[in-house]
Design a protein around this ligand. Structure first.
Ligand SMILES: Cc1cc2nc3c(=O)[nH]c(=O)nc-3n(C[C@H](O)[C@H](O)[C@H](O)COP(=O)(O)OP(=O)(O)OC[C@H]3O[C@@H](n4cnc5c(N)ncnc54)[C@H](O)[C@@H]3O)c2cc1C
Length: 407
């Protein structure tokens, strides 16, 4: 993983969880030919690094630009199911992901006073049924593993982002916020539900974003509850500030705390500290251990809070720019399928570009033709979930309803 100085072409190790780790050889051997198509991907979470891996493998020259100064920490455990497990296996990371799986064994439901009202080892609120092969892994572990899989062939530019995109005949001219200007054959927006690439090329977010209720805050706390690979669903009984999901992760050394609001008056505050204040105020009367969990929120370096929302676009591409993952078809945390859709989408888009490397229009059409039906069905799971449906047979028939093809 390198950071290239666009002014003089020198490179230094990029900051990130693996920065400085010795790497003896690039992951896929052969050097990338100088004439290979150049792809810029915006966003280094799940969709971006997954696409970078496949495009590098197919001989493209890949640059990923990430706004954060390093790979971002945080996020709940995310789930890989059905076709996403197939893609993870083809990417060569499935075993490593299984080593990092949360391994949660079951869950307890607590009432407002902290009394256990239910205990099960059949399913958890975040992971679904435990008798399946599904994989639950922290979002930041998944991201780091995908970045590492890409090896040194992928150029990462941290602490920067796309400021301008100008489509020219046969290429795209990109101006970076850091001042550099470069030319690419294709630009991919994998920069999440609030995608800046989408705003630049497709227009303002409000045209594509569909709100689904309130917001979710996630952060890390020490495992002072002594949970052993266990999840607690604390239910306040309040329709709005409904409670928390607390899960022991990273070999029980940490808790990931997930607190939600079903309703928001107006917009979510922009500043991170104001978002914390909002959650603290709305949960000021909560019982059990929530006050202590909230006290850890103030110092948590990985606090993340966002609205529940989906993205719907008529087309995921325009000219030589294409969207991927949450930027194109966010399902919201309520779908439980965001990372699976990102991983499968990355594989499908890479395969389509490989089949038509000089014809982005044909590649983007093929990508959308293959993926759209499945992601639309997955997005519909979120509304079903919010109407009270659990992870039932219908849920699994949808998430498993995509067959990964060889490219
Ligand atoms: C910190 C974090 C925590 C999350 N927590 C949860 C969670 O608890 N539950 C859940 O269901 N989903 C969560 N998500 C979303 C989840 O990761 C996605 O739904 C899913 O994995 C698809 O990923 P994605 O790569 O398409 O988008 P995302 O995971 O949203 O990644 C987008 C990436 O683009 C980067 N980015 C944003 N703007 C720019 C820009 N202008 N220029 C360059 N880079 C930019 C972001 O920093 C991020 O790294 C979280 C995402 C992040 C980034």
């Amino acid at each position: 993983m390198t950071r290239v100085n666009p002014d003089d072409g020198t490179s230094t190790p990029a900051p990130g969880p693996s920065a400085g780790a010795p790497r003896t050889q690039p992951s896929h051997g052969a050097p990338v030919p100088p004439g290979a198509p150049r792809v810029l991907i915006s966003g280094a979470s799940v969709a971006g690094p997954a696409l970078a891996y496949w495009l590098c493998r197919y001989g493209f020259r890949v640059t990923v630009v990430e706004r954060a100064p390093a790979l971002r920490a945080g996020g709940q455990a995310v789930d890989l199911r059905g076709p996403a497990l197939d893609v993870a296996a083809r990417t060569g990371v499935l075993d490593l992901l299984r080593e990092h799986a949360t391994g949660v064994r079951g869950m307890s439901v607590l009432d407002r006073d902290g009394n256990e009202t239910q205990r099960t080892t059949d399913a958890t609120a975040t992971g679904g049924r435990l008798d399946r092969d599904d994989l639950e892994v922290l979002r930041d572990d998944l991201s780091r593993i995908l970045v590492d899989a890409g090896g040194q062939d992928v150029e990462y530019l941290f602490d920067d982002s796309i400021a301008r995109i100008e489509e020219c005949p046969g290429h795209v001219r990109v101006g970076f916020a850091g001042g550099a200007e470069r030319t690419f054959d294709i630009v991919v927006g994998a920069d999440g539900v609030h995608s800046h690439t989408r705003s630049l090329v497709f227009g303002p977010e409000h045209r594509y974003l569909r709100r689904l209720g309130g917001c979710v805050g996630v952060w890390t706390a020490p495992n002072f509850l002594g949970l052993d690979r266990w999840q607690i669903a604390y239910e306040t009984g309040d329709d709005d500030a409904w409670g928390a999901l607390v899960t022991s992760v990273r070999k029980n050394t940490e808790l990931r705390v997930h607190v939600g609001l079903n309703r928001l008056e107006g917009e979510l505050p922009r500043a991170r500290e104001d978002r914390k204040r909002l959650l603290a105020e709305r949960y000021a009367d909560a019982g059990w251990e929530l006050p202590r969990l909230l006290s850890h929120m103030w110092e948590a370096p990985d606090f993340h809070c966002d609205i529940g929302a989906q993205i719907h676009l008529r087309s995921w591409s325009r000219g030589r720019v294409v969207l991927l993952g949450d930027a194109a078809y966010c399902g919201s945390p309520a779908s439980g399928q965001g990372s699976s859709m990102a991983l499968v989408g990355a594989y499908v888009l890479a395969g389509a570009l490989r089949a038509a490397p000089g014809d982005p229009r044909a590649a983007f059409d093929a990508y959308e033709r293959e993926l759209r039906g499945w992601v639309t069905a997955n997005q519909a799971l979120a509304e079903r979930h919010m109407d009270g449906a659990g992870v039932d047979d219908h849920f699994y028939s949808v998430v498993d309803g995509f067959t990964v093809r060889d490219h």
